[in-house]
Write a protein that binds this ligand. Structure first.
Ligand code: FMN
Ligand code: SF4
Length: 373
């Protein structure tokens, strides 16, 4: 098992191993985004089962902006008590936990038409077709401040850090993207301008939480389509993150629904792998940054994780879907049953009554459905 289960440092965070549960929206909160007993149980199970670092599902930073049902809220102080309980539970098992915060934007079909959805411009999101409101300078300030305030609440709630979601076609990703960002002001055009929104969010967040609070940023390796953000640009963005004092990068790519068909394809001079989709990108990123780096996507066995840590410059490996199918996967591996994860990467884990593995956890699904009705 090499170094996988050895202690490690990710910036200022001391982790009990190199294994991360990447952000996974569970769709299990109350209607207004508060914790439920079921959700506490999910996190307790993960912490008990050798997850070194848990990244929560994405939490919304503004009440009006909720891209999906059942998300955790962090837009007001009423959430702090819930999350104090959550962080206490996780810490009691020696695991660390950071909260992911996001402004979803137009990558949504949830309650579209009932609310204002911000975007850099008026270009519809490619998958959903949803069109947003081109943000004014005041809108930009509002969202930047909401990120920073959310991070402060996260700190008050006892989390070990915060992850700013700048990937997966959410709002920050759209600002970075030459496809979505057609602004003519200082937030559009050159890469430096497109990065400004993310840089300002990070700087404001740092001002609020202080120099020793862990801030990670989730970036997409590439947008993987003609005219979208390229890997060369992502490298520049990651360098900028290092320069401004971000503590870690999580490298992702938002292709998990179609990763099987895309594996083996080359984009921006690197090949998407069947196992550990973005490893080639991670290795190239390591050449330009020294920041701690997590990569997520397509890790299903110990061999590939070990390879990521030893040969690709990755400091910790993130896993999402396999932990829906087997929340105790890492514990199973640690206890000597080293068969690969049972998850078949079909992405059928999102349901109206909560996100769970519909392939291997039919029973759990039935329970969830009953609870929702
Ligand atoms: C049900 C579900 C919910 C997810 N929620 C989030 C999320 O809240 N934030 C995020 O950055 N990524 C989210 N993802 C993407 C995962 O973090 C991860 O990047 C992706 O599933 C690929 O990793 P895997 O192959 O280990 O599943 C989600 C994925 C699934 C399947
Ligand atoms: S539904 Fe499919 S992708 Fe989701 S956890 Fe189960 S096997 Fe994995």
């Amino acid at each position: 098992m090499g170094i996988i289960f050895e202690k490690t440092k990710l910036g200022s965070l001391c982790l009990k191993n190199h294994l991360v549960r990447s952000a996974t929206w569970e769709n299990k909160t109350t209607e207004d985004g508060h914790m439920t007993d079921e959700l506490y149980d999910i996190y307790e199970k993960l912490a008990k089962s050798e997850v070194g670092l848990i990244i929560t599902g994405y939490a919304n930073i503004l009440k009006e902006e909720q891209p999906n049902h059942g998300m955790m809220g962090i837009y007001e102080d009423s959430y702090i008590e819930d999350y104090k309980k959550l962080t206490d539970i996780v810490h009691s098992y020696g695991s660390k936990i950071i909260m992911q915060i996001a402004y979803g934007g137009t990558k949504t079909t949830y309650r579209v038409g009932e609310r204002i959805i911000f975007a850099p411009g008026e270009i519809p999101e490619r998958g959903t077709g949803t069109k947003g409101k081109a943000m004014t300078g005041d809108d930009i300030l509002l969202v930047e401040e909401a990120f920073a305030q959310a991070a402060l609440r996260i700190k008050k709630a006892g989390f070990d850090g915060v992850e700013i979601h700048a990937a997966h076609t959410y709002l920050i990703n759209q600002f970075l993207s030459p496809y979505y960002n057609d602004r003519k002001d200082e937030y559009g055009g050159s890469l430096e301008n497109r990065m400004r929104f993310l840089v300002e969010i990070c700087n404001r967040t740092r001002e609020k939480v202080g120099s020793d609070f862990f801030i990670a940023v989730k970036l997409t390796a590439s947008e993987f389509f003609e005219g979208g953000l390229t890997f060369a640009e992502t490298k520049e963005i990651a360098r900028k993150m290092e320069e401004i004092g971000v503590d870690a990068i999580e490298l992702s790519g938002n292709i998990h629904g179609k990763a099987k068909s895309m594996a083996g394809e080359m984009f921006d001079q690197h090949t998407l792998r069947k196992k550990g989709y973005f490893l080639e990108y991670a290795r190239a990123l390591r050449e330009v940054i020294t920041l701690p780096m997590i990569t997520v996507g397509g890790f299903r066995d110990l061999e590939t994780i070990e390879e990521a840590l030893s040969d690709f410059g990755v400091d910790a490996v993130g896993v999402s879907r396999p932990l829906l199918a087997e929340p105790d996967l890492f514990l199973r591996w640690k206890n000597g049953d080293i068969r690969p994860a049972i998850c078949v990467s079909c992405s059928k884990c999102r349901t109206a009554s909560g996100n769970y593995c519909t392939v291997f956890k039919k029973e759990q699904g039935e329970v969830a459905k009953r609870r929702c009705s």
